[in-house]
Structure formats: structure tokens, C-alpha cells
Design a protein around this ligand. Sequence first.
Ligand code: G6P
Ligand code: ZN
Length: 543
Amino acid sequence: MQKRTIQTRPIEGQKPGTSGLRKKTRTFMAPHYLENFVQAIWNAIGGVQGKTLVLGGDGRYFNDRAAQVILRMAAASGAAKVIVGQGALLSTPAASNLIRQRRTDGGIILSASHNPGGLGEDFGVKFNCANGGPAPEDLTARIFDETQRLQCYDILEAQDVDLSRLGAARLGGMVVEIVDPVADYASLMARLFDFEAIRALIASGFTIRFDAMHAVTGPYAVAILQDMLGAPEGSVVNAVPSPDFGGGHPDPNPIWAKDLVDLVMGPDAPDFAAASDGDGDRNMILGRGIVVTPSDSLAVLAANAHLAPGYARGLAGVARSMPTSRAVDRVAAARGLALYETPTGWKFFGNLLDAGRVTLCGEESAGTGSDHVREKDGLWAVLLWLNILAATRLSVADTLRGHWQEFGRNHYARHDYEALDAGLAGAMLDDLRARLPDLPGQVVTGRRIAMADEFSYADPVDGSRSERQGLRIGFEDGARIVCRLSGTGTEGATLRVYLEDFTDDPARLELPVGAALAGVIAAADEIIGLRARTGRTAPDVVT
Ligand code: G6P
Ligand code: ZN
């Protein structure tokens, strides 16, 4: 086996976004593209000589090929060992867990999360640090710097490693340890949750449906929900990961998991339903006749987590991303918990979790998690919900109703305008940014604006600052509008408009979201001027 040093040139545009580098699969497959980025990671972390890394991905098209390239590059640069999920599969939270459990130096996750997969779709590469969490901003900036000055990369000339067989293999001087992707993760879940109680709930006739959306959580959900917790076969659907996710978007929201929404709204609704995304870190929670918004889910979990053994001692604090609804703030205030507001992106929770300042965190984008790993975790959220329901024996709908009665309700929606011209979207936000100082005091569609600013974050643990993290407009009556451009798209610009209004009026608690937010939506349109500037009359996606 021969180590080769390949001459290359910097490739433009290799700047990691909200969650690693995401590009079209064909872009990643172009000559040197993947290799350059991986070498830039090695360079930015001070090389991989003697290090142990974790490697796996969500099984999308090119996952297997990319894994072989990365193994050869790790071996060529002197890594001691790479721990790989069998078949190069690992869900994102399972990878985070392995990085931590095995005390490794970090890992590479191959995924574009909830974006579709396939030759014409998306691929992604992300580096996670030794704490199991996504690389923080200073490291992603160093990786980007390296991509801009790279002249060569090292790779071994070798045959593929057979990743279908468990056990140890060798690649040059490096050990490749092929592990069951599910085992360690499942035993972590069994330690956190009362599996006996959940098993008893299911045995009593409580029905569940989990849609793995042809993505990586299939094997995890079958093992845990069916084999360990006794849900009947067929409770987990679309359970076999496929390279193009069955041609769909593996994104658990009411648009892409419409079948599940139709199911819970229909006559054959199960008691509990859920879905996860391509790489297993997102979740959607549903019950008979109800879809739980991610922001509400975070609030309910924060209010009830102590019912699960792993959280029986209570929570150190909670965190949410800035655009996430403030439902969890009310729980924190009522329970005397510290609350942190961070920019969008799971990486911003890492320091808070490492420092023991928060136990639970979540985002409006269907992410919820805790200090058990350093990623959001779809199945974890499902199991915490099931543990809570096993303890209370309430339905999902009654759990929500009771929560709103106790804490009030933050009606909430996110409107996405996709594939906008990037220049136009940027100019629209620049214009709004310039008008922010004049907004307070103005009355728009009958509401008075109380504050308007651009969110910036100072990390309370390491003091690092992140500027320009979204424009926010707060009204005197408690309503709020937030605007920002997505950092995960691969085409044009996606504008996200987050809309929120609070009520504790018992007569309004159960109003449908659309009706409750109509006034805020009208105000947003007037302030941003979206219709006028883009010609769009409606959002492409409402979640
Ligand atoms: C990924 C990140 C999340 C983030 C979400 C939406 O899932 O892990 O932290 O909230 O993308 O990000 P975006 O920049 O597209 O709004
Ligand atoms: Zn994901």
C-alpha cells in the first residue's frame, strides 16, 4: 500500500454553513472536491497523526464511496484508528455518542440531514470534536481558511475496506474497527429512560407509528421500539435506509411527512406517532388528532423531563435558539431554571452543555436534545415523550392542553420562501436592517412595535461573539417576528420568517395557529415588504 501526495488547488465555496459543508452530490463527486475538504479538516485540527476518529453517515448516495476515501486519507495521514458504523452507517446522535463513549478525538459525519439524497440531490460532510459536538465557529473558520490555501492532500492507494463485517480490519498502519451502529446508542437510551414503564404502556394497547422516512433511524427504531419495547412489527415504517430516501425528502414536518399527519387526523390514528430525518437528529411528534410544534415539544419536555430516570434530579437549565418560540421560557420562569437564547445551529449549545449550564435544549427546526450527547437526537425525543406518557397515562393532546392551561400558549409558525435570488434576499434584509432603529413606537396593523434589533450572541462560557444572527421585531402585546436567511440551503437563498404570538386567554388557547397568527402575518408582510419585493404571494413551506 502506497501513500500518495496529490497536487491540488484551492476549490472555491468550501465554507461550512449552519451544519457542515453541504453541496450537490455531483459537486462532492467532482475531482479533488471531497479530498480537499477532508485534508482541510485534518490541517485545521493539527493533523490526525496517532488520533482515533469515528466515521459514519446517513446512508445517502455516495456515503459508501466517501467513507472509503476518508478512511484512505486518515490512514495516509497516520491516524491510529477509525471506528466506523457497519456499512458506513451511523445516525448523527449515535456518532456523537460513539465519539464520547470511546473517548476519541472527534469524528466525521456524512450527511446532508433532511435534504434529499441521490446523484442529483445533496451530500454533506461535517466534523465533530472530541466532546461529540459539531465544530464550533472558530474551527469551521479555520477549516475554510485551509480550503483556501490547500496545495496537496495525502491518500493511500489501497483496496476498499469491507465495511459489511463487524470487527477489526487494517488499512496500512491504521486499524479500522467496524461496529454495530445501533448497540451503544440503544444501551444509552435504556439507561436514560424507564423502558419497563414504556413496555408496560405499549403492552396495555397504546399504539405507536414511527416513520423512519427511508433514512438512517430505521434500524435504530426497529431495535429499540419494536425489539426492546415490544411495539408490534409494522409500528416502524419506511425502516430500510435507501440512498435516495425512497425518492422523498427525509424531513419530518407536516409537508414531507404528510402521510403521518393524515394518519393521526384520520379514523385509524395511533395514540402516538413520530418521524425522524435523514441522519436521525430531528423529530416530529404527533398524537391522535394533533401535531406538536417543535417549540411546544421542547416546552413540554422541559416541564416533564424529571419523569424519566435520566433526568429525575431535575434540569440545570434550558436553552433554545433565538427564532424558537418562547414557550420554554415560560417553563423556565415558572420552575426557576436558567434560560439561554443562542443563534440557530446546534453547535451553539455545545459550550452550555459542556459547562453543565443546561441539560435540555431545542430548536424550532425540529431539533431537541440533552446533555447525553452533543447533537440533537430524534429517537431520544420520541423516547422521552413515551416515558412521560407512560408516567402520566395522558394522551398527547391532553398533555398539550394541560401544558397550555398551566403556562399559556405561544402560537407559532415558520414561513419559508425558498430559492430566492440571493442578491434580492440579501438586499431585502439589508433594507430592513437599516430601518430597524426607526421601528420601535410604530404601529403596524394595529400593533405597536416595542423593540427591533439584530441578534448577536456572546457565548457566556468562552466569550466568543457571533454577530448578525437574525433580525427580530417585538411588539408590545408579546407578539414577535424574526427574519433570517437559512444557512443550510444548497440553491439560492431561503428566507425564513418566524411568527409568534402569546395568549393565556382560555378562550383563545385552542385557536388554530393560522387564525391566531393572522394579525402577526399581516404585520410581517407590511414590515418586510415581501410580496412587493419578491412577487411571492405565499410561503413555499409553512411549519
Ligand atoms: C440544521 C442545524 C440546526 C438548524 C437547522 C436550520 O438542522 O443542525 O441547528 O436549526 O439546520 O438551519 P437554517 O440555517 O437552515 O435555518
Ligand atoms: Zn438532521
